[in-house]
Design a protein around this ligand. Sequence first.
Ligand code: SF4
Length: 263
Amino acid sequence: MEEYLNTRGRIFDIQRYSVHDGKGIRTIVFLKGCVLRCKWCCNPESQEYAIQQMVQNGKTKTVGEDITVQDALDILEKDRRYFYRSGGGLTLSGGESLVQYEFARDLLHGAKASGFSTALESMACAEYCKIEAVLPYLDQYLMDIKHTNPQKHKEFTGKENSLMLENARKVAESGQTELIIRTPVIPTFNDTDEEIRSIAEFTASLPGVTEIHLLPYHRLGYDKYVGLGRPYPMGDLEPPAKEKMLRFKAIVESTGLNCVIGG
Ligand code: SF4
């Protein structure tokens, strides 16, 4: 058995049969741990690396489990025929998968060796050497760019964004993977024409990048905050209206990029 198949990582969920977050039918492995604390985060149980307890539907459940690369591959194997027919495969999500970059690297390696397509959802908030480690095994990088203004980024996520923007450019220039930019559209954070235009113009300047996904804010994570005994940081803010999202789509498209709402 190859040594990398024994690498252990900490996950908090595995979702099969997803048609989001990559091409075709995907199995999404959610890794625990994140370096940001976005106020709108819909997976607050992903943020801490530590294993936690969360109340869901009146029952207390343990969030977090340590598995090996081989354990994850065994689950992926069950969906081989769906992957084959749809062009789907493995998507790593989080949290920020690069917090556990060795596990991410080895699991992507294992998926490629098994003949599955691979995708990574990540905001690229890590030293570039960690990103370089996963790129050889990655077909598609779904990279968050949340804002171009460092202060506003820090106010809403806990960290400013220069490392992430720099990494986005390095990944694009490497040409090693298909890079798609994703932007959560968050009321009071980045939901003005100017802010969306600025993100689109930055994206359009990245070599080889042709597409942005705009992901409208939603409140689906609310119950998880309650279950973790945490206040919901977004208060009563409502999701952006459909008309507003369509206007943002037109702004993105005016920079020459394709734009998908959702994705
Ligand atoms: S980067 Fe993603 S997982 Fe991390 S806090 Fe922000 S929304 Fe949550």
